[in-house]
Design a protein around this ligand. Sequence first.
Ligand code: 5GP
Length: 182
Amino acid sequence: MTDHYINGKKIDDLEIIISSEQINTRVREMAELISKDYSGKRPLLIGVLKGAVIFLSDLIRYLTITVEIDFIAVSSYGNSTASSGVVRILKDLEQSIQGKDVLIVEDIVDTGLTLNYLVDNLGSRQPYSLKVVTLLDKPDRRKVVLEPDYCGFTIPDRFVIGYGLDYGEDFRQLADLRVLDE
Ligand code: 5GP
């Protein structure tokens, strides 16, 4: 149990939507599936900063194949972005992905606009293959047709924090996924 406050909120009072034990079990299952699907290959996992950092770190430790990792950071342009899907790259990859088996690793897919942009952008760099891994999927709010190839949990339209996901940069370090209803 956590007995502390972050940003004025008592952590224990926030509903746990997915516990750290459930996350751990599911991340292990996902890693087994990815290891099987990419057997004999050496995929490049691209973590989308910052939310996917903890998920990526846990996922790769359960993989039984060799992988490379890299990171990309993107940001949306205010409110207009929500409808336009315009995304800005804040930090690009360190390497070419041409000819590589690439897996984009996301924390959560909500409207799908961020991922849609990333799939288009990274897809144009001529990877051999390109797939999407997400810990969480919130399909209720989807604005584009986009189905992650690997998904940990499908959740209802609630704002979740913890396990890498933030609210104003707070709460990322929580082990459980909790609901922050404003
Ligand atoms: P999308 O472009 O799919 O609408 O947005 C994806 C991004 O929005 C995620 O990578 C994440 O940063 C943020 N996001 C969407 N839903 C949630 C949520 O429930 N909690 C948190 N902390 N971030 C979210």
